[in-house]
Design a protein around this ligand. Sequence first.
Ligand SMILES: Cc1ncc(COP(=O)(O)O)c(C=O)c1O
Length: 527
Amino acid sequence: MPAHNSSAADVPVPDSSAPEAESDNPLDTSALGVPGLRTAGLNAADLNAAGSDASCHDASAGLDTAGLDTAVLDAPPLDASVLGRPAPGRAEEVRPVPFAPRPVPLSPTLAVNEALARKRSEGATVLPLGFGEAGVPVHPALARELAAAADRGAYGPVAGSEELRAAAASYWTRRGAPTVPDSVVCGPGSKPLLYALLASIGGDVVVPAPSWVSYAAQASLLGGEPLHVATAPGEGGVPSPALLADAVVRARARGRSVRSVIVTLPDNPTGTLASEETVRRLCAVARDLDLVIVSDEIYRDLVHDPTRAVHSPARFAPERTVVTTALSKSLAAGGWRLGVARLPDGPFGRALRDSLLGVASEVWSSAPAPMQHAAAYALAEPPELVEHVDRSRRLHAAVAGAVAERFAAAGARVRRPEAAFYVYPDFGPLREALRAGHGVRTAADLTGLLLDRYGVGVLPGSAFGDAPDALRMRVAPSLLYGRDDEERLAALASPDPAALPWIAGALDRLGEVLADLVETVGEPALA
Ligand SMILES: Cc1ncc(COP(=O)(O)O)c(C=O)c1O
């Protein structure tokens, strides 16, 4: 694996136009050790099948001849070693695999974590601000529910248990989107659910720019083209409706089949929540252009101002909106891997559900049964969990707000975060000083410098589809809440968490690093 740092992390999207490894190419005959064997039409898959399939019917060679050209049929019988079985008396031989797997880079959010872990193991002081994890302990009542269901070892229904689907339906109904259990499908996290949904919907996908790293990567993995459409300032997560219309019309004019648009409400990476007006206009454009809307609402319960409404496209375009959420963020159970999707009513929604269940049945069969039980308890929203989510929301607001202030003090342009645990500062106003002092031209240069010189792990905006020369970065402060659960619980309980010594210390360090970065042009860095 290449050394991952944030400068290597700005290439999250595999090139879907590249040929898919060499596995479709005819094998190099020299690799088979059979001079003169022509292999047109014979590829690695054929050989593997021939070598392992008990139904092979050419008794002399054990090779199914279907698909081989006549020159092959006329050739002398193959030596059994061609099929991976050494001839009697010959030593086992190790043969290098003659093709490369498809290159798929590690998700940048995970990569920055690994780079920081390496730095830490080398004894460096690090500030982990790259990974979007909730950073608070799992509530003990939730853990008890999980433990109580640990003996559920059987596979369950592909869509999820009735208990879970009913609880998820009630969760969405309480949020103004009446839902029946039949409209709910669960999976091992919302990430695989999103992937399966994109596989079912097919075609190209519009993703906001910037947006969570995995949307574009998933679209590319599926052979589609991610179309990045910019979001308006303060309206993160929703592609600007006017630009959306233009981008889709142009893509279709060049023969692309654009079928869906993803929105994130509220947004990762900007930490903002799009307005009702923007969501309404997005829905109108989606309807005009026959687009399915995938609304990722995983941060919905973490809007810092609890009185502020989240306007879901499920309200304005119910016939074409799929909503996803999970336990990962508001309940800090990302490692449990449990997500749910709400499919639209009507003929399209039912067909999409069938297709999604087909994909799910072939990929994960059913989500883990003990997790489903715990998720059913969580989505029913018992008071102790509601209180836990409230406290985490306050903690995220306090620390993300304090981090934003440090960036503002250093001269970056930054909005006060409105949701979740993300800050998205823009060093545009300091472009000249950063170029002159540090040779910084791109966001990846800047985040690479922060990592290498100061041990600060953040992600460049380019990892989220932002323009590479826009000096923006995503900062995720939630791993500062504590080094162990005792500190994290204290942070959750504190009326002023940013003043706790371990959080205040990290904020001070961040302030010093930023001051050094922008003020000390060419001078030695902080120790
Ligand atoms: C916007 C967004 N959607 C989905 C996910 C993935 O969540 P899950 O843990 O449910 O797969 C993340 C995780 O970082 C995210 O930020």
